[in-house]
Design a protein. Structure first.
Length: 367
């Protein structure tokens, strides 16, 4: 039985263009033909199939055990029947291989070969995609929104690769318009029975980190180090940085001239406001910096609680320190890892004329 020269040429082309080995394809095809043969014959035969990849020849053999009493005709044969089929020098207990060439099975074999090759190509394509992206988890990727309906947002990373943007990884109120190009954080890559499942994020702190690395050369060069990032995606974020070169202002470098660098990042993140503050090894100074832009008057540790402080600001700075719906203090607490309680510190009252006259009366002893 032959698959023909077309099969041989196709096999050679696939091997060359897709990097699939002929042995892998032949092995898969042999296994598929064994299954197809059993289905064709309607039994549970012990079958061996061999494919010659040089000329496309297929040999199919049924393996049978020579026994005295045949119980399972699919896998057993009597000595007399074996000898009748030309196996002369055999005895009971031996195994023989009977070559088969069933009528019309050539068409089934050709169809099976086509299906196996298509499936192997799909499997190889999936493996290539998996290997390409599994090593890039944690990287910045650019993609185009190509489907955004109901609860599903799909991103096209390249001509053959799609990614999922789950609901929990989307910026609240951000619109995902088909055809729009955006940057994403590559969150996860897993191999599934349907191929690689690639998950991207727009809310992960790593996205902001990668955008800063992209926008600020001093971070790429290692002059400025990002110590921590917290986000309420799409609304506000805080970034703690330190410089390894005392001649470089880490906040100024991240913000850029007239805020150009940070504005570019904010625009990419749907208008998210990004506060850049200086990290400090002194926890109280770090907390003070983290509450920027609010001006803090005093910070007192709460001795009865671990990593907790009471922060005092002027009354006119209180709302700024707390932030809209508590956002500023909430992000500061997450950034520093400390519980922060904010109070207004009332300024000492200036003495009035009544107070001055009362002091004079008290000093003179007049009642």
């Amino acid at each position: 039985m032959q698959l023909g020269r077309d099969f041989v040429r196709a096999l050679a082309q696939i091997t060359k263009e897709r990097g699939l080995s002929q042995e892998v394809i032949a092995s898969s095809l042999e296994a598929a033909l064994i299954s197809a043969y059993r289905k064709y014959q309607g039994g549970n035969q012990e079958v061996e199939v061999h494919i010659d990849t040089e000329n496309g020849d297929i040999s199919i053999c049924e393996v049978k055990h020579i026994v005295a009493d045949v119980v399972s005709p699919d896998t057993e044969i009597s000595l007399a029947d074996a000898q009748a089929q030309g196996f002369v020098d055999v005895t009971e207990g031996d195994f023989i291989r009977i070559e088969k060439n069933p009528e019309n099975f050539g068409r089934i074999a050709a169809q099976t070969a086509r299906q196996v090759i298509i499936q192997r190509l799909k499997d190889a394509e999936r493996q290539i995609i998996f290997e390409e992206f599994s090593d890039r988890v944690g990287d910045l990727v650019t993609g185009v929104v190509f489907k955004s309906e109901n609860d599903q947002v799909l991103i096209r990373l390249n001509d053959r690769t799609e990614a999922i943007l789950p609901r929990e990884e989307r910026i609240v109120n951000e619109k995902y318009i088909p055809g729009e190009r955006l940057k994403f954080y590559l969150l996860d890559v897993r191999q599934t029975t349907r191929g690689p499942r690639i998950v991207v994020s727009r809310t992960h702190p790593g996205l902001l980190r990668k955008l800063l690395e992209l926008e600020v050369p001093e971070i790429q060069e290692g002059v400025i180090e990002i110590k921590n990032i917290v986000r309420e995606a799409g609304a506000r974020a805080k970034v703690a940085v330190q410089t390894l070169d005392m001649n470089v202002d880490p906040v100024g470098a991240c913000v850029g001239n007239n805020g150009a660098r940070i504005k570019s990042i904010s625009k990419e993140l749907c208008g998210e406001k990004v506060d850049v503050i200086i990290w400090s090894s002194d926890p109280l100074q770090y907390i003070r910096n983290s509450l920027s832009p609010a001006k803090i008057v005093k910070i007192e540790p709460i001795l009865e609680q671990e990593k907790a402080v009471t922060v005092f600001s002027r009354p006119d700075q209180l709302s700024l320190a707390i932030g809209k719906a508590g956002q500023n203090v909430r992000l500061a607490a997450r950034l520093t890892g400390w519980k922060i309680d904010i109070n207004a510190l009332e300024p000492e009252r200036m003495p009035t004329l009544h107070d001055i006259f009362q002091d004079i009366i008290d000093d003179s002893g007049v009642e």
